[in-house]
Design a protein around this ligand. Structure first.
Ligand code: CA
Ligand code: ZN
Length: 301
């Protein structure tokens, strides 16, 4: 299996990135990812303001996918996410959903034992996920620092981006130019304090291509749902976009009027918060597979 080393990283997703390696549809390969601080934090005594902020949110890549062209849909099955045995969480004044209440910065180094993060005696079962994953944006969307989510993916911080899920990205540039990093051993929806349990990881992906079926926003497919992941200046805007796309997918897949699709969505689609702490907020609209199977949803694009 090909291994993509974590020492080649990007800090922005731009339309004209230079690939470091190539994979082909059908390939299964492993990517080493760094934590969002590039492992600069190793002790709780460190001063957060003294780390190098130019090295936040490194994403390993870009990886060129043979045959991918603008207008295609990149399909990535997340085979596994293996995290290290120790992660970091932090609180910073003015960051996070309650940033105005933070009186002092703190760092917590948290050990993982037997699949549980141990914090203040509480055993939290880990649920590894990928925080930053995306492709080169369309030229008209411009470049995006890796700390922000947008239509190309990026810092979506979505708990459903986990082993067993399948991601779909609209290809913006030839070769797609995939990059990823910022795994979390565990995080709650919202990521309210501004970090998850930040941790280096090894991610195994299986890559495939669906020709000529680009979505507007990334999708993540889980056991039960197909979710549209959208971002906006605030949660309202993110939810509006996610709901718009979900209703349109239902309308197009079932061939019903928009108003009926709107009702169908109201009866069945769950709106979920992904994160409220990055430069753009992220939400997802989860369409049950009993309403539309994922394959049918994609075929009707
Ligand atoms: Ca993140
Ligand atoms: Zn993170």
């Amino acid at each position: 299996m090909k291994i993509v080393s974590g020492d080649r990283v990007i800090y922005k997703f731009s339309p004209d990135m230079e690939a470091i390696t190539t994979v082909s549809p059908g390939d299964v390969f492993k990517i080493e990812t760094n934590d969002c601080f590039y492992q600069q934090i190793t002790s709780e005594e460190q001063v957060l303001t003294e780390i190098d902020y130019d090295r936040l949110n490194p994403a390993t890549g870009p990886i060129f996918v043979e045959g991918a062209e603008p207008g295609d849909l990149l399909k990535l099955k997340i085979v596994s996410i293996d995290v290290k045995d120790r992660g970091v969480a932090a609180v910073v004044p003015d960051e996070g959903a309650l940033g105005d209440q933070v009186t002092k910065p703190i760092i917590r180094v948290i050990e993982i034992e037997d699949g549980h993060a141990i914090f203040h005696g509480v055993k939290l079962p880990i649920r590894p996920m990928i925080g930053v994953i995306g492709v080169a944006p369309l030229v008209e969307d411009g470049e995006w620092a890796t700390d922000s989510p947008w239509k190309h993916g990026g810092n979506m911080d979505t708990t459903d981006i986990k082993a067993g899920s399948t991601l779909y990205f609209p290809v913006g540039q030839r070769g797609a130019l995939l990059a990823l990093g910022d795994c979390h051993a565990i995080m709650g929806d919202g990521e309210i304090c501004f970090t998850g349990l930040e941790i280096p990881a090894e991610v195994v992906l299986e890559v495939d291509l669906i020709k000529g079926k680009a979505t507007k926003w990334p999708l993540v497919e889980t056991d039960q749902h197909t979710m549209v992941i959208s971002s906006g200046d605030d949660l309202e805007e993110a939810i509006y976009e996610a709901a718009t796309q979900a209703v349109n997918h239902i309308k197009d897949s079932l061939g019903i009027e928009w108003e009926d699709a709107y009702i169908m969505a109201s009866l069945s689609v769950d709106l979920k918060i992904s994160q409220v702490v990055d430069p753009k907020a992220t939400a997802r609209a989860a369409i049950p597979k009993y309403v539309i199977p994922t394959q049918k949803l994609i075929e009707s694009i």
